[in-house]
Design a protein around this ligand. Structure first.
Ligand SMILES: *[C@@H]1O[C@H](CO)[C@@H](O)[C@H](O)[C@H]1NC(C)=O
Length: 262
């Protein structure tokens, strides 16, 4: 009997916390479900009754809902309810920031929430924490995504070589002609009036595309051309070749033999 009297103030304290929300029972922390051993991918939040600590809803997961069953999004996320279904109590967690970020681990994340998620994972696995190094993608050395190939055509025709490179910052493209029989290169366009260089950004972000345009094709411009891409992180290059043939029939023959090789 005496113990009950002693417990009474404790019980009243608990009953105060019961009023946290409709549908919420008394808050007995001992009865809270334990958090998953692997951690919560979007961090933890107090439950809707303000009692237990629970896993927050991650990006793309359902959130909202009524009373005790309500789920909250993790830090950096917001619960967006569908516009058509205003009555719906449920929404989806969406990242508040929607730009790419570069992590201190050198990985580009699609947004701040993806980085936060990776950081929480790193923390639970006892690895180095990951924070934002810079907005936008991580710097990376150029990569030639489409090298200049081989072209065959007759004297007087119009030909071109193209080259596509990607990198962060966006690479600068230059072309050089490989001088036959030597290891020397000549920076283009040089002084030939039948050769032009053109460069433009794209087609993708951080990409650049360049062309060597030749018209008319002459013996002097036949040969190998090097496409060279540079940025602050490094450089890359690839070689393409322009072949001058006697007649257009030679092109057909060369194409057939090429396909045979495949
Ligand atoms: C060869 O030259 C002709 C005429 O200038 C041009 O139309 C054609 O596209 C060229 N072929 C190649 C493979 O570059």
């Amino acid at each position: 009997m005496k113990t009950l009297i002693f417990l009474l103030p404790v019980l009243t304290l608990l009953s105060v916390r019961v009023s946290a929300g409709p549908g919420c029972g008394p808050c007995v922390l001992d009865q809270c479900a334990s958090l998953p051993a692997e951690g919560c991918s979007a961090g933890t939040v107090p439950d809707s009754c303000g009692c237990c600590v629970v896993c927050a809803a991650a990006e793309g997961e359902l959130c909202g809902g009524r009373r005790a069953a309500a789920r909250r999004c993790g830090p950096g996320l917001e619960c967006v309810k569908s516009a058509e279904d205003k009555k719906s109590k449920l929404g989806v967690c969406v990242c508040k920031s929607n730009y790419e970020v570069c992590g201190t681990d050198g990985v580009t994340y699609k947004n701040g929430c993806a980085l936060k998620k990776a950081n929480l994972r790193a923390e639970t696995e006892g690895q180095e924490p990951i924070s934002v190094q810079n907005k936008g993608r991580c710097a990376s050395a150029p990569l030639i995504v489409t090298p200049p190939g081989e072209v065959y055509n007759v004297s007087g025709s119009q030909v071109y070589l193209s080259c596509e490179a990607v990198g962060v910052p966006t690479p600068v493209l230059t072309w050089k002609k490989v001088l036959s029989g030597t290891k020397r290169m000549e920076l283009l366009p040089g002084d030939r009036d039948n050769l032009a260089i053109q460069t433009r950004g794209g087609p993708e972000k951080h990409e650049v595309t360049g062309w060597v345009l030749i018209s008319p094709l002459t013996k002097e411009v036949e040969g190998s051309y090097e496409c060279h891409a540079t940025n602050s992180k490094g450089e890359a290059s690839a070689i393409g070749t322009i072949h001058l043939v006697e007649s257009l029939d030679d092109i057909a023959v060369k194409k057939v033999t090429k396909e045979d090789e495949l």
